[in-house]
Design a protein around this ligand. Structure first.
Ligand code: ADP
Ligand code: MG
Length: 698
């Protein structure tokens, strides 16, 4: 048995050096293994013959059997085409070619039996089939043809004749060479228990299914395997980490927590907040290190949960630290938390790049003596010079700005890694979270504090601008503030600014009596923060910005969010932006401004935004509309999206199912040594070796 992965594609019959280079470059196919795992994107049923009489205007690819009655060349120059009048005795169809006319006339003959395959169109009562596939009827045995695979190829490949058909032939050659010798990659126990077909059968049937049932079985087996290994990989890492590192055990809830709860808590916790705090208490009391993701829509009250988690650490003699992605957010957290802890004698400090000199030294010293019990800051807290007496709990706010590497760095801040709570306001559908953050446990705050007025979302075409400006004016007159956001145009940073500058000038001219702030991504962070701060302080009434304001800033007095060119934003991004308003007691508005001409998909997206404020509903819709690759936070993870056959948006149920199976295996075989699982651990190792993204998980 040879190793498919080291078997160069070059040596497969029908390939050779030139085609090999093409396959390498265009499809990333280097080995026989790569080729076999290049799956068709669709199939066409070639087991049934249609009659010309049956053809109507709306049919997929079909197959006819009959004879060419005569040929005809029509038109001149680029219009020139060859028409073959084809009949099966029940009617006539015109086969049409625009290219290769000379060659075709020589190749096909009148009054011979052919099988014609193509997509019919009906025009003026005549049936046309453009560029059909034609085979001699005697060469084909229809009953054995089953479904025909279609492969994606690039323009370059097609130009050199390496089209879908050519790939199909290469697949056939590969199978001839292999002769059913593909080694199994799941354990016999799994194959049997979950009624899977063998890998050998599945790979063959995914390329050449005899019938739809067989195809479904093959797809199921391959999706099962793919998702299973993604989950086994994540769960294995988690298990190994748990075995290697124990976590601090926070056994009790004590004075600090209780005092806060009974005396300082300014309102009743929502049911969801209570549930999540319970989940966290259970985690940190288990003796294992907590790695938990806290998801909650903007305004759902995550800060309070973070604070109360930190207080548990304090009660057990440990320090806590909270990180935010920007200085302005860190400063806001500092202010909120010192206010909440008023009168409680808990020293809280704020550390960021701009804190220097004596103040900084004081903080660093306080951290070492344990005098500083809560540290709030930016990335600056990760620096080597920042050392704690005993750090027990870390909160990371707005997770997608912190990579895995930074999370790992935190673990080094104590003899034993502190508990970690990652908070995000980007709702991620459950299935996606399981894959993206599969090593994290997930808690969800799915309830807003009472008394919030839902934000009203309105879609407005940009020819109604006067109306929009009147609305803005009215809000400002009532003392409110307004955001106006322009899309970031990735292809051209200059364009991006121009868009914003034009908008800024327009707004200044429209509202000469008000002060307007302007913020964009190319400003220096300090400059940006200063301008933001002016808006926070109410010195300016209108904030014109690109999406840099997306994350976290809290201005309860802002009641209008205008999003220009809303069609350019993804759903999750629109939802994030909308979350900047609706933070105070007043009715807030989100205005989605677009051009009149919109695609069907855009229309749908905007409709969803107008209809719901529920972040999870929006995230699910986004996942379905765009697929997982485009969703926020997925780029740096990548690993879920090497998926060749499974689709996180559609195969969520299967994902949950195989996760449970993988979890059971990891629990039953915590050291990864049980003989009946040998094949699984071997396969996992081999996947980790060949899959860059998999190796990057910590
Ligand atoms: P986010 O989840 O977006 O970080 P915050 O923690 O900033 O949300 O909370 C948003 C607002 O809701 C804050 O002003 C906070 O004081 C308030 N809040 C939080 N929890 C409650 C609650 N249980 N009842 C009433 N208001 C709450
Ligand atoms: Mg927050």
């Amino acid at each position: 048995m040879f190793d498919l992965k080291t078997r160069d594609i070059k040596y497969l019959q029908g390939v050779g050096p030139q085609r090999a280079t093409m396959l390498n470059k265009e499809l990333n196919i280097f080995s026989l293994h790569d080729l076999l795992y290049y799956f068709p994107y669709k199939y066409v049923d070639r087991s049934r013959l249609y009659l010309i009489r049956e053809i109507n205007g709306n049919m997929p690819y079909i197959q006819l059997k009959g004879q060419i009655l005569s040929f005809e060349t029509i038109g001149e120059g680029r219009q020139k085409r060859l028409v073959a009048h084809f009949s099966d005795g029940t009617g006539v169809a015109d086969l049409v070619w625009f290219q290769g006319i000379k060659y075709l006339v020589g190749k096909y003959k009148a009054h011979e039996e052919y099988i014609v395959f193509g997509k019919p169109t009906v025009f003026n009562g005549r049936i046309n089939i453009a560029h059909p596939d034609i085979d001699q009827a005697k060469d084909l045995e229809l009953s054995t043809m089953g479904l025909q695979p279609y492969y994606n190829t690039t323009e370059k490949m097609k130009r050199s004749g390496l089209n879908s058909h050519a790939l199909e032939k290469l697949m056939k050659n590969a199978f001839a060479l292999l002769q059913d010798s593909l080694p199994e990659t799941l354990s016999p126990r799994l194959v049997e228990r979950y009624h899977l077909i063998s890998l050998n059968e599945a790979i063959r049937a995914i390329h050449f299914p005899q019938n739809p049932d067989q195809l479904r079985n093959a797809q199921y087996r391959l999706k099962f395997e793919e998702l299973f290994y993604v989950q086994l990989n994540i769960l294995r890492y988690t298990k190994d980490r748990q075995r290697k590192y124990r976590g601090f055990c926070f056994e009790r809830v004590g004075e600090v927590f209780n005092t806060f709860y009974s005396q300082n808590l300014p309102f009743q916790l929502t049911g969801a907040q209570k549930r999540v705090i319970k989940e966290i208490r259970k985690d940190v009391g288990s003796g294992r290190q907590m790695n938990r993701l806290l998801q909650g829509d903007v305004g759902s009250g995550k800060t309070l949960v973070a604070l109360m988690s930190m207080l548990i650490a304090l009660d057990n003699g440990y320090q806590a630290c909270m990180m935010a992605p920007t200085e302005i957010l860190a400063a806001q957290h500092y202010e909120t938390i010192t206010n909440l802890l008023f009168g409680m004698n808990v020293r809280v400090e704020l550390l960021m790049g701009s804190v220097k000199g004596k103040k900084r030294e004081e903080i660093l010293k306080g951290l070492l003596t344990g005098d500083v019990r809560i540290l709030i800051g930016t990335h600056a807290v990760l620096e080597d010079s920042v050392n704690f007496a005993s750090l027990g709990m870390v909160i990371i706010d707005e997770q997608h700005r912190f990579g895995v590497a930074q999370r790992a760095k935190l673990w080094g801040k104590n003899v034993c890694p502190p508990h970690v709570l990652v908070m995000t306001a980007t709702p991620i559908p459950r299935t996606l979270a399981m894959t993206l953050y599969g090593d994290l446990d997930v808690s969800v705050i799915d309830e807003l504090p009472p008394g919030r007025k839902p934000i009203q979302t309105i879609h407005q075409f940009d020819n109604r601008r006067p109306l929009l400006y009147a609305g803005i004016r009215k809000q400002i007159e009532e003392g409110r503030q307004v955001y106006i956001v322009y899309p970031l145009i990735k292809e051209s940073e200059k364009m991006d600014i121009k868009n914003l500058e034009d908008g800024y000038e327009l707004i200044c001219a429209e509202f000469p009596q008000y002060r307007v702030s302007k913020v964009h991504g190319q400003m220096k962070p300090a400059e940006k923060d200063a301008e933001m701060q002016r808006f926070v302080n109410g010195e300016t009434q209108i904030m014109v910005a690109t999406t840099v304001i997306e994350v976290g800033v809290n201005v309860p007095n802002a009641s209008v969010m205008v999003i220009e060119n809303a069609e350019r934003f993804g759903l999750s991004q629109l939802h994030q932006l909308r979350g900047r308003v609706g933070r105070g007691a007043d009715q807030s508005y989100c205005i989605l401004v677009t051009n009149y001409k919109l695609s069907e998909e855009t229309r749908k997206r905007l409709e969803i935004m107008v209809q719901t404020n529920d972040g999870f509903e929006i995230a699910e819709a986004d996942l379905k509309l765009r697929g997982p690759g485009d969703l926020e936070g997925t780029q740096q993870s990548g690993m879920a999206f090497d998926l060749k056959i499974a689709d996180i948006a559609r195969d969520g149920q299967l994902l949950q199912y195989v996760r449970n199976i993988a979890s059971q295996i990891v629990d039953e075989d915590p050291t990864g040594t049980a003989p009946e699982n040998e094949i699984l651990w071997k396969q996992l190792q081999s996947l980790r070796k060949t899959n860059v993204n998999w190796a990057a998980i910590s």
